[in-house]
Design a protein around this ligand. Structure first.
Ligand SMILES: [Fe+2]
Length: 618
């Protein structure tokens, strides 16, 4: 018996997770509570929530597990600095005070953060061990090959090995500065997007481009071996010694300086996105083949930031040697908190891991939930006008009818998601058949002009009738991209084809209706799929089923419940504020339904500006 608290903090996306006797009781990112996107601080609120959820106090915690070894990371910074000195003094002198203040004294910081009464020993796991544990232990497999890929942990950037029963063993690794994650981030930076969050946008930009720079990348930047191992030429990068990712030599290679954020996206950036995406897919497929050959495992599990590349994941599943793949939904460093806690329970305390059929991630619905009475209390306090559905059948019936009328619905149900994606607990949903839905959602709800289509949610049993996914496979965590099937594609005129290929305005390209579900179909007919089933999210499955009965379409648009730059909403209050601040038509908070036309309270322009100004553009 043990209560284990996992923590990841002080880099990017702090989080806490609580594992009680092997059961994942709670997990959440700090940003959802502090409303500061990617909050890297000590996850005090997330810890407090996890303990509350389990009905425990800090004194009940038996072990605190931190997701990486701070002194080894410090050693990497120091050694990297010394290797490049005197270059890099500026970045070194910026990093050092933070290290001396917080990270070197981490045990003290953690004890102080948890407050009086915590006597639990503090254990430090290895960064990639935490990723690997987060991928294997919750997975449905008794044994599997493991692949972790990220920017960098202490020293390691890539590992693979095997998980069996209650143990993981990582047998091979690639070390800093050679890193697929950092290479992707370097191109993300060069294309004018934010490192550590804009990678997802770059992936979404890739279908507009042609991989014309692929040769240049593999000739100069990365030497990719047939077995998937690689070596990067540091002459082109600045992340070891500087404050930027790339340098003048990189600029010269691609014919000019990095794109200014918010300036126009040119064909060159799309081609670069397509090129780095192609290189990444080649690397992931090659690694997959090697790992399969060396481990002899049928199944694969993955984690680390690069495992959020759902296009590469989709190809690995369709074209690769593995029968099935499971990916940790919180694949980035937030998931390290969960991995660290599970590593302690299984590997360090040697508790048995029972055979299983379904994964133990619980749909990744591991965050706080709010009851109907919590919701009423809030809405009554806010003097909001709302009605209440008497039953779930009535709720899904009413919402399906509103969706059919092209209403945009804020859907707030059950426990909040753990990980970067909204999976139907804190989502904004709409009708994917509507040709104007993509533009409306982007401009009136998210306040962004986006070149990316939205992601579809689809009934699990209908997925293979709409998308190219094997009926044996599922994508419950939106980590696989699959093409829309031919039969749902629309006939495109020559004129439209020309727009799709060459219009300088990407919004025009994405707005050509390519399929019967245009809002969720990318220009290359791909879709970032989430399959919805009755066991993980019965209410959402019921809604999809009702929508299908009305329209014949078992698919809805799903985007995260937030505006641009805002962390996904956590509480009814966050959701209500976002509802008022945007042109969302309907808000469904558990069983309460609010229609915008009935709501008297409106944010005037000034109040809306103030609301939006809180969040830094991502
Ligand atoms: Fe990581």
């Amino acid at each position: 018996m043990a209560t284990i608290l996992g923590i990841s903090a002080f880099y990017h996306d702090s989080a806490a997770a609580l594992v009680v006797d092997g059961d994942i009781v709670a997990a959440a990112q700090e940003e959802r509570f502090t409303r500061k996107k990617h909050d890297p601080g000590f996850p005090a609120c997330a810890i407090e929530y996890c303990l509350r959820q389990a009905g425990k106090t800090p004194a009940d915690v038996d072990y605190v597990v931190f997701y990486e070894k701070p002194m080894r990371k410090f050693e990497r910074l120091l050694e990297t600095y010394l290797a490049f000195a005197p270059a890099g003094f500026k970045s070194f002198s910026m990093a050092i005070p933070v290290w001396l203040k917080e990270k070197v004294h981490l045990p003290r910081v953690i004890r102080k953060g948890l407050g009086e009464g915590t006597r639990a020993p503090i254990v430090f796991t290895d960064h990639h061990e935490s990723h690997a544990a987060s991928a294997f232990f919750p997975s449905p497999f008794d044994e599997a090959a493991i692949l972790t890929l990220d920017g960098v942990g202490e020293w390691t950037t890539t590992t693979y090995g095997v998980g069996r029963g209650n143990r993981i063993e990582l047998t091979s690794q690639i070390q800093f500065p050679h890193s697929l994650g950092l290479l992707y981030s370097a191109v993300t930076y060069y294309c004018g997007f934010k490192v550590n969050s804009g990678e997802y946008k770059l992936m979404g930009l890739a279908p507009y481009g042609r991989p014309v720079y692929k040769d240049l990348i593999t000739r100069h930047l990365i030497d990719l071996k047939p077995d998937g191992s690689f070596w990067m030429n540091q002459e082109y990068f600045n992340y070891c010694q500087g404050l930027t990712m790339t340098n003048g030599k990189f600029d010269a290679l691609f014919g000019g300086p990095a794109r200014n954020p918010e300036s126009d996206i040119e064909q060159k950036h799309m081609d670069l996105a397509a090129s780095i995406q192609a290189v990444t897919e080649d690397a992931v497929l090659a690694m997959g083949r090697t790992i399969h050959r060396e481990t002899g495992m049928k199944n694969l599990v993955m984690a680390g930031g690069v495992a959020l590349n759902c296009v590469a994941n989709g190809r690995l599943l369709r074209e690769g040697p593995f029968e099935d793949i499971w990916i940790q939904p919180a694949a980035g460093d937030a998931g390290g908190a969960l991995g660290a806690a599970l590593f302690a329970w299984y590997q360090l305390l040697d508790n048995p891991r029972a055979p299983r059929v379904v994964d133990q991630q619980k749909g990744s619905y591991l965050g706080p939930r709010f009851s109907s009475s919590d919701v009423s209390q809030f809405l009554d306090g806010a003097r909001a006008t709302y009605s209440r559905a008497a039953s779930e059948a009535e709720l899904v019936d009413r919402v399906a009818a509103l969706l059919e009328q092209e209403k945009i619905v804020g859907w707030f149900q059950g426990r909040m998601e753990f990980g970067p994606r909204a999976l139907g607990a804190r989502s904004i949903i709409g009708d994917p058949r509507s040709p104007k839905m993509q533009a409306t959602m982007n401009l009136k709800i998210k306040f962004r002009e986006s070149f990316r289509p939205f992601a579809p949610i689809v009934l699990r049993e209908e997925a293979s009738r709409w998308f190219d996914i094997d009926p044996r496979h599922e994508s419950p965590y939106m980590l696989l991209v699959a093409p829309v099937l031919d039969e749902h594609r629309a006939t495109v005129t020559d004129e439209q084809r020309e727009i799709m290929k060459n219009d300088p305005d990407l919004r025009n390209r994405v707005n050509v209706p390519r399929s019967s579900i245009p809002a969720v179909t990318h220009v290359d007919y791909s879709a970032r799929l989430q399959t919805v089933d009755d066991s993980r999210n019965p209410r959402l499955a019921a809604l999809l089923r009702r929508f299908q009965q009305r329209t014949g379409c078992p698919v809805l648009v799903n985007t995260s419940f937030n505006v641009r730059g805002e962390p996904i909403v956590c509480t009814p209050e966050d959701a209500y504020r976002c509802f008022l601040g945007t042109e969302m038509d309907v808000l469904v908070l558990e069983d309460a339904i609010l229609l915008k036309e009935d709501v008297k309270e409106r944010l005037d322009d000034k109040a809306r500006e103030k609301y939006l100004a809180q969040f830094q553009l991502d």
